[in-house]
Design a protein around this ligand. Structure first.
Ligand SMILES: Cc1cc2nc3c(=O)[nH]c(=O)nc-3n(C[C@H](O)[C@H](O)[C@H](O)COP(=O)(O)OP(=O)(O)OC[C@H]3O[C@@H](n4cnc5c(N)ncnc54)[C@H](O)[C@@H]3O)c2cc1C
Length: 506
């Protein structure tokens, strides 16, 4: 039986950020990961010489010390660097009307939009401008300095008075949705659908349901910082976080499934692993989803009614179909690394199978595939309902992957002749390998309808991080959730000591 200061359940990016930052603050931390590999949705896997990203492959600001990406700030204070490749355009949207390159440089993006709708391009400029004003305000306050409590707000007010003056007029936008800004600036239906698509790729929801700061961060970072990809694949990020955790004295345990959080007399005491071991700690941080935390990690009798209600009332976004391919690359020169295919403009873009994402990171890092080959990951939303491992599973898998093949064929028409490796993943695969409730992408919490919950829970000593906590889904967001959680556990003075490392005054 061991005893530490904090146990983190899960090594997703949120869990690793919280754990490594607490280790950086001098805490004794153990991260227990159920899987054989760290990273959760961002873990990588290898098959026949191809190295695949399982989830994210769109990143920004990783190689830019001036970026406001919270993940970049955490890597800096851990003393970790990533070698990255910057690229522009960041991708191509294959729409029913034609292909739109998504340039990071906003004037080029507007020009590309103008090919489809000159009036819409002008309106888009107004939307973009409103979002960038917000971004300029937000960038004055480093995420690393934030805490999820009123004490934190006081600190920020004192430390960055100028930024608050800038942000004050933006308060309605900050609290609203991207859809509110869209309604105020854009009438053109083509551009409105484009913004919906951009929001959907970010949050899993359309503009009316996506919070405005998330979109302002996305537009701001991609135009003012860089869009870049880490050499070694998405898992290079995970390796850097694990190195940082261990360099500051923390420990990562793999194949260490946590069976239950140990709660006694209403207070967290530690965790019990599936293999029987008990680890004691006054603080336990769950990186499992809200639903998994409530249903699997806590005994029903210790779950407060409010937490139960939160889990029951929070809707989950669908899961995914995945297609991982290794393909021959001859003749595929100057390919863009990201593609989004919208099959049918008349059907809602959130309908499972209608919008398909494709990433080919070997375009930037040739070492991810054997010489002369590319690695490709395509995915689309897919409901969890109806999936079971019975005699129909194999055929259903092929049938539901057809929409992904159709999308890839829009980019590489002869892809089936080029295939040397094929791996198809279903919602069951997603739920199993990522240990996620119904394989969900995350909570469907729409702007105006609620907020992502903070890291604190009603159980003293129990905290949560990851994409079912504030500020939401996506790599920068879950990194921010890890920061909020770690900062909630230390004094503002300890946090202030780190700020000079990212070029901010203490
Ligand atoms: C297909 C896909 C593509 C994406 N693309 C992008 C992108 O391009 N850019 C971007 O910014 N975001 C992207 N995202 C979103 C982003 O990857 C996720 O929001 C983020 O990685 C989730 O991190 P997390 O910290 O919430 O935890 P998760 O990644 O869910 O990790 C949680 C960890 O906890 C572990 N765990 C759970 N229960 C237990 C237990 N009982 N005991 C021990 N361990 C446990 C799990 O095994 C897992 O490792 C994508 C997501 C997906 C699925």
């Amino acid at each position: 039986m061991g005893r530490v200061d904090a146990i983190v359940i899960g090594s997703g990016i949120g869990g690793l950020v919280a754990g490594s930052l607490l280790a950086r603050y001098g805490w004794r931390v153990v991260v227990c990961e159920s899987h054989a590999k760290p990273g959760g949705a961002a873990h990588g896997f290898e098959h026949a010489g191809f190295r695949f990203d399982t989830g994210p492959s769109f990143f920004c600001g990783l190689g830019d010390p001036a970026s406001i990406n919270p993940l970049r700030q955490v890597l800096t204070v851990l003393g970790e660097e990533l070698e990255t490749i910057a690229y522009d355009p960041l991708g191509i949207y294959h729409l029913p009307e034609g292909d739109l390159p998504i340039f990071c440089k906003l004037d080029r993006y507007r020009e590309a939009i103008a090919h489809f709708t000159p009036q819409g391009a002008q309106e888009f400029a107004a939307f973009e401008q409103r979002m960038l004003v917000l971004y300029e305000g937000l960038r004055q306050i480093p995420t690393l300095s934030l805490r999820p409590d009123w004490r934190g707000l006081g600190e920020v007010l004192w430390r960055y008075p100028g930024a608050l003056l800038r942000l004050l007029p933006q308060l309605p936008t900050i609290q609203g949705s991207a859809g509110d800004v869209l309604d105020a600036t854009v009438r053109d239906p083509w551009v409105r659908r484009l913004v919906d698509l951009e929001c959907f790729l970010l949050s899993g929801l359309k503009a009316a349901e996506t919070v405005a700061p998330e979109v302002s961060f996305m537009l701001g970072e991609r135009s003012r910082s860089v869009v870049d990809y880490p050499l070694g694949g998405g898992e290079a990020i995970i390796q850097a976080l694990v190195r940082g955790l261990e360099a500051w004295g923390g420990e990562l345990r793999l194949n260490a499934h946590v069976d239950k959080v140990w709660v006694e007399d209403g207070q967290v005491r530690g965790v019990k692993l599936r293999r029987g071991e008990v680890i004691e700690a006054p603080v336990v941080i769950s990186n499992a989803t809200l639903w998994d935390t409530v249903t699997h990690l806590l005994k029903p009798e210790v779950v407060p009614a409010s937490l139960h209600q939160l889990a029951n009332q929070t809707a989950a976004i669908d899961s995914f179909m995945h297609l991982h391919l290794g393909i021959r690359a001859e003749g595929l020169d100057n390919l863009c690394g990201h593609h989004v295919v919208l099959h049918d403009g008349e059907t809602d873009l959130t309908t499972p199978g209608n919008t398909c994402m494709i990433s080919m990171p070997s375009v930037w890092d040739a070492s991810l595939a054997p010489p002369g080959h590319h690695v490709l990951h395509a995915y689309t939303l897919e409901p969890f309902e109806g999936w079971q491992r019975d005699h129909t599973y194999k055929d259903k898998k092929q049938a539901r992957a057809a929409t992904l093949y159709r999308a890839v064929e829009r980019v590489i028409p002869d892809v089936r002749d080029r295939m040397v490796v094929e791996r198809i993943g279903t919602p069951l695969t997603h739920a199993r390998y990522l240990r996620r409730h119904r394989g969900t992408y995350g909570p469907a919490i729409a702007a105006h309808q609620g907020q992502f919950p903070p890291p604190q829970t009603p159980i003293p000593g129990l905290y949560r991080v990851g994409d079912s906590t504030l500020p939401g889904i996506g790599v920068p967001a879950v990194a921010a959730s890890g920061i909020l959680c770690a900062n909630a556990l230390v004094s503002p003075a300890q946090t202030a000591e780190l700020l000079p490392l990212i070029g901010k005054r203490p």
